[in-house]
Ligand binder design. Sequence first.
Ligand code: APR
Length: 257
Amino acid sequence: MSANTMDTCTNLIRNAKKIVVLTGAGISTESGIKDFRSKTGIYSLAPEYILSLDYFYQHPKEFYQFAIENLYHPEAVPNKGHEILAKWEQEGKVATIITQNIDGLHQRAGSKNVIEFHGTMKTATCLNCGKNYSTDEMLSRMETMEDFYICNNCIANNKVEQYIKPDVVLFGDTGTWFSMAGIQTILRYMQEADFVLVLGTSLLVTPFSTFPQYRRQGVPLIIINKGETPYDFGQDTYVIHESIGKTMEEIDNQLHP
Ligand code: APR
């Protein structure tokens, strides 16, 4: 990374009032959580298909075992990247964080305005009656019940068997997981952004990966990501292929000498 890229990014952040931050699994790897598509990512263990709605319906037990093992990290703690974003929100720089992550680490770091675009692994919901379960409750059901994934509320009301699904967005999950009002809110944030900061995502999964296109003409895009993304060579784009924690700390130190 060239020194002037770093200087440009630091100056943009210094003067910013409305940064929209787009984050992915790469910001949580420094908290010990695997990302998906890196060499050591989750998809090196199993195909993307395992995180699809079809697979969930066909193999609910295997789905839950995989999801609890690879997507549920109650022990993980926020790292420097999460903490600095929370600080920049308190300093009036960050307007919102739109995250693909389901680990809740932005909120645990103190960020208030966080949109969890791919849901959360903290809770699960019956697809029929809407009864909500905590993932900890699902964990204890997995230890004590054969059909732990079937909602007892529905059985009690003699409803057909209905599955309790973690509140995360799966591939093929074209349900109303994200309301039109929610999408409008995101597009408004993008239109009002004075620049867009992308942290730790390959920007390969739509519709999230389309969001940078909705910033106003001339609004800069900063990407801090070890791997390449489809946006790396776009206009008004500054790319830093380095670790997020180290880079964010360097920038923050420049802002507060
Ligand atoms: N610093 C900087 N970049 C990092 C770091 C780090 N410490 N660790 C990983 N990265 C980068 C990787 O190089 C990779 O390009 O983060 C990116 C993570 O990309 P993915 O693994 O594809 O994760 P993400 O973009 O969040 O995936 C999007 O895909 O499977 C679905 O729903 C799932 O939300 C997920 C979506």
